[in-house]
Design a protein around this ligand. Structure first.
Ligand SMILES: Nc1ncnc2c1ncn2[C@@H]1O[C@H](COP(=O)(O)OP(=O)(O)OP(=O)(O)O)[C@@H](O)[C@H]1O
Ligand SMILES: [Mg+2]
Length: 234
């Protein structure tokens, strides 16, 4: 579904990704794990068109993403749940969801999609008129994921959904990831919470200072001594 080959990317005078190759097949959940500053957010920003790579190729279901203007990437079926959620705190839950349905195809189906995400996340329906900024961290993450689902995406990009949440809420957030995956979405998630993310994905890649260092089935990586020592504190 999504394929990256030899991607270089960075910021003025600073290269953050070096020859990154990876793929995500339809129906899979794939994680990119790595520590602070490894380039995980940069990678997702490249995939969603927010940052243009300086080398390499990138396709989504055969469409050349590099030739696709940033505002058209969402129409290829990619939805991005950014780091730290970026909700509109002074808008209601429902108005935040409306913002996720701004593309013409989604706008026409707004009510249908709204019913769909409310069925998937009944808590949001109960809180539909509450200001997003007054919800708990876990609820805000739920709202951010639901907003991404409003565009009826095929591939959902999740940037550290567990960040800043209490441990008990973190497991609820990983449950949400499992739920959307079981509902048929393909998922690409970047995480520092290696132990928990490896329980909800099929495969993972390890990114270290901008380079892919390892990849494999989630259970293989979770059993690897190197990864257990460096990333799981075991
Ligand atoms: N706008 C920017 N301008 C310059 N350098 C940046 C910018 N954004 C990120 N970087 C640098 O790029 C590198 C990768 O950052 P990135 O945010 O992709 O890491 P990350 O893996 O998402 O880290 P974290 O887990 O802390 O979110 C870092 O060295 C960072 O300082
Ligand atoms: Mg990041």
């Amino acid at each position: 579904m999504l394929e990256l080959k030899g991607i270089d990317a960075g910021y003025a005078g600073f290269q953050a990704l070096f020859g990154v190759s990876m793929r995500v097949d339809a129906g899979e959940a794939v994680a990119v794990i790595g520590s602070n500053g490894a380039g995980k957010t940069t990678l997702l920003r490249v995939v969603s068109g927010l940052l243009a790579p300086t080398a390499g190729t990138m396709t989504m279901q055969g469409t050349d993403l590099i030739a696709t203007p940033p505002h058209k990437v969402i129409e290829t079926g990619i939805a991005h749940v950014p780091e730290s959620r970026r909700l509109f705190p002074r808008l209601s839950v429902e108005d935040n969801l409306r913002m996720g349905a701004f593309i013409p195809a989604a706008r026409a189906k707004f009510h249908q999609r709204l019913e769909y995400v409310y069925a998937l996340f009944p808590r949001l329906k109960e809180r539909r008129t509450q200001l997003a900024g007054t919800m708990s961290g876990g609820e805000q993450q739920m709202c951010a994921i639901a907003r991404a689902l409003m565009s009826e995406p095929k591939l959902v990009l999740l940037d550290e959904p567990s960040m800043g949440l209490a441990p008990v809420i973190v497991s609820q957030v990983f449950d949400l990831v499992r739920r959307i995956r079981n509902d048929g979405y393909t998922v690409l998630i970047v995480e520092q919470n290696v132990r928990q993310v490896l329980k909800v994905v099929d495969r993972a890649y390890l990114l270290e200072v901008g380079r892919m260092k390892a990849s494999g089935r989630a259970e293989e990586l979770a059993a690897s001594d190197e990864i257990r020592k460096a990333y799981m504190g075991l």
